[in-house]
Design a protein around this ligand. Structure first.
Ligand code: UD1
Ligand code: LIP
Length: 393
C-alpha cells in the first residue's frame, strides 16, 4: 500500500521548523519508500517553492480559510491523502483540524515545534482534540507543556540534522574576512533575533569574557526584530569592535565549523537544532538549562548547561513571553528567565582557556549527535510512525 502524506506548514522563511521539514523531504525523496509526500503551504517563499518543485513534490498554497475548503479537498482527493501532517499550527484548530476533517482527510498528525509555549487560549484546542489522531513533540519538555496546557498526550520524536560529509575541513575564511588574526578565538551565537533566543544574554556576557580573555571575537548569525536593539546594546557596552553581526546566513553550519564555542542562551526552546549543528561541527555548546536544550546537551560531557536567573524585558515587535517554561533540572514549570550572565561567561572562559577540554566536549557532542540526532534516524522514526498509524504491514 502506498501512504500519501500531506504536510501543512508555513514555508515563508527558513529557520528551525522549516529546515527540519525541507531536510526530511529531501532525504525522503532520495530514499525508496512507499510513502509519498505532498505540501500544503500556508505561505511559501519563491526559493522554497522552487526547491519543492525540483524535488517533484506536489504543492498547494492556501491559508485554508473556510472559503478555500473546496480547492483543499480537491487536492486531498486527487492525491488520495491518507495523513495530514500539520507542523506548528496548534493555535489554529480551524485550519489544522476542523476544515481538514470536513474536507474528508482520514488521519491528522499534529507536530509541535515550539508553539505550545505561545498558545494563549487553549479552550478551542481542548474541544477539538478528538479530531487529531496523533501528536508528535520534538522533546520531552514539549510533551510536558502539551500535556499541562492542552491535556494532549504525544509521542516524542527528536529532531534530526543532516550529517556533514566526512573530512570536510572548512577553509578558515571567516577570520580573513573579518580581519582577525589566526590566534583570535571566536565565540558564536546562531539563531533568529527574536526574544526566545536570548541573544541579549550573549551580548551581556561579552564584557565579562573579555576581561579575562581580551583577544576574543564574537559573532551573531541570524536576523530578526531585535537586531537594531542588540547592536545598540553592544555599543553601550563598548564592545562594538569585538562583535560582528553577520545577518542571516544560508550556510550557518559552515560558519560554525570556524568557531571555538557556540552559545545557545534561549529562554524557551522546544528542541534547539543549533545545539546539534554545533555538535556536528565538533564544538562545545554553552546553553540555557531549559526545555529541550536540557535533553540535547549533557552538562559537563557535551557542553555546559547554565541555570536561568536573569529577568527578561520584552521589546516591542517581538514575540510575547510564555507564562512558563520547563526547568532543565526539575522538569517542573517555572517562569522564563535568561541564563545567568556570570556563569555563562565563566563557562565560555573555561572553554577558551582549556582548548583540550573544548575539544573533548566537542568530540563527545559529535558522537552523541551522530548516534541520536541524525536526519536518517528522524526519517526512520517518522516513517515508522506513519506506517503504524495507517496499520501498514
Ligand atoms: C523557540 C523554539 O521553540 N524554537 C524551535 C523551532 O525553531 P527555531 O527556528 O526557533 O530554532 P532552531 O534553533 O531549532 O533552528 C534554527 C535554524 O536556523 C538556522 N539558521 C539560523 C540563523 C541563520 O542565519 N541561518 C540559519 O540557517 C540554524 O542553523 C538552525 O538550523 O523549531 C525547531 C524545529 O523543531 C526547534 O528545534 C526549535 O527549538
Ligand atoms: O517560536 P516562534 O517565534 O513563535 O515561531 C517560530 C518561527 O518564527 C520559526 O520560523 C519556526 O522555525 C519555528 O518553528 C517557530 O514557528
Amino acid at each position: 500500500m502506498q501512504i500519501n502524506v500531506l504536510h501543512m506548514a508555513h514555508l515563508a522563511i527558513r529557520y528551525g521548523a522549516e529546515k527540519q521539514l525541507l531536510d526530511y523531504l529531501t532525504l525522503a525523496k532520495s530514499t525508496p519508500s512507499e510513502i509519498r509526500h505532498h505540501v500544503c503551504a500556508l505561505r511559501i517563499s519563491k526559493p522554497i517553492y522552487e526547491e519543492l518543485n525540483s524535488l517533484g513534490i506536489p504543492v498547494i498554497t492556501t491559508r485554508l480559510w473556510p472559503w478555500n475548503i473546496f480547492s483543499f479537498s480537491n487536492f486531498a482527493r486527487k492525491h488520495d491523502i491518507h495523513i495530514l501532517h500539520v507542523h506548528n499550527q496548534l493555535r489554529f484548530p480551524l485550519r489544522s483540524r476542523i476544515l481538514p476533517k470536513l474536507a474528508g482527510v482520514p488521519l491528522i498528525i499534529e507536530h509541535e515545534h515550539g508553539m505550545v509555549w505561545n498558545t494563549s487560549s487553549t479552550q478551542l484546542i481542548k474541544w477539538t482534540n478528538k479530531l487529531v489522531n496523533a501528536n508528535i513533540c520534538n522533546s520531552h519538555a514539549a510533551k510536558i507543556m502539551l500535556e499541562r496546557k492542552c491535556n494532549i498526550d504525544a509521542k516524542v520524536i527528536y529532531n534530526g540534522i543532516p550529517l556533514p560529509p566526512e573530512q570536510t575541513e572548512a577553509p578558515a575564511q571567516l577570520k580573513t574576512e573579518l580581519g582577525l588574526s589566526e590566534t583570535t578565538a571566536i565565540v558564536g551565537f546562531v539563531g533568529r533575533l527574536n526574544n526566545p533566543k536570548g541573544a541579549e544574554a550573549f551580548i551581556r556576557m561579552i564584557p565579562k569574557v573579555i576581561q579575562t580573555v581580551p583577544h576574543t571575537a564574537f559573532i551573531v548569525i541570524g536576523d530578526g526584530p531585535m537586531r537594531s536593539s542588540l547592536e545598540a546594546e553592544a555599543k553601550v557596552l563598548g564592545i562594538n569592535d569585538q562583535i560582528y553581526f553577520l545577518g542571516y546566513q544560508k550556510d550557518a553550519y559552515h560558519l560554525m565549523k570556524q568557531l571555538d564555542v557556540v552559545v545557545v542562551p534561549s529562554f524557551r526552546e522546544a528542541f534547539g537544532n543549533v545545539a546539534i549543528e554545533a555538535a556536528l561541527a565538533k564544538k562545545p555548546v554553552i546553553a540555557s538549562n531549559v526545555d529541550g536544550i536540557a535533553e540535547t546537551v549533557i552538562d559537563g560531557e557535551t557542553g555546559f548547561l547554565v541555570d536561568c536567573t536573569e529577568s527578561i524585558q520584552r521589546q516591542k515587535g517581538t514575540n510575547s513571553l510564555p507564562k512558563a517554561v520547563v526547568d532543565g533540572r526539575t522538569k517542573e514549570l517555572r517562569p522564563p528567565k535568561l541564563p545567568n550572565t556570570e556563569i555563562l561567561a565563566e563557562k565560555v572562559i573555561h572553554c577558551l582557556q582549556t582548548p583540550e577540554l573544548a575539544a573533548t566536549l566537542g568530540n563527545n557532542a559529535y558522537a552523541r549527535a551522530v548516534h541520536e540526532f541524525s536526519l536518517e534516524r528522524y526519517c526512520k522514526d517518522l516513517d515508522n510512525f506513519y506506517r503504524e498509524l495507517t496499520h501498514y504491514k
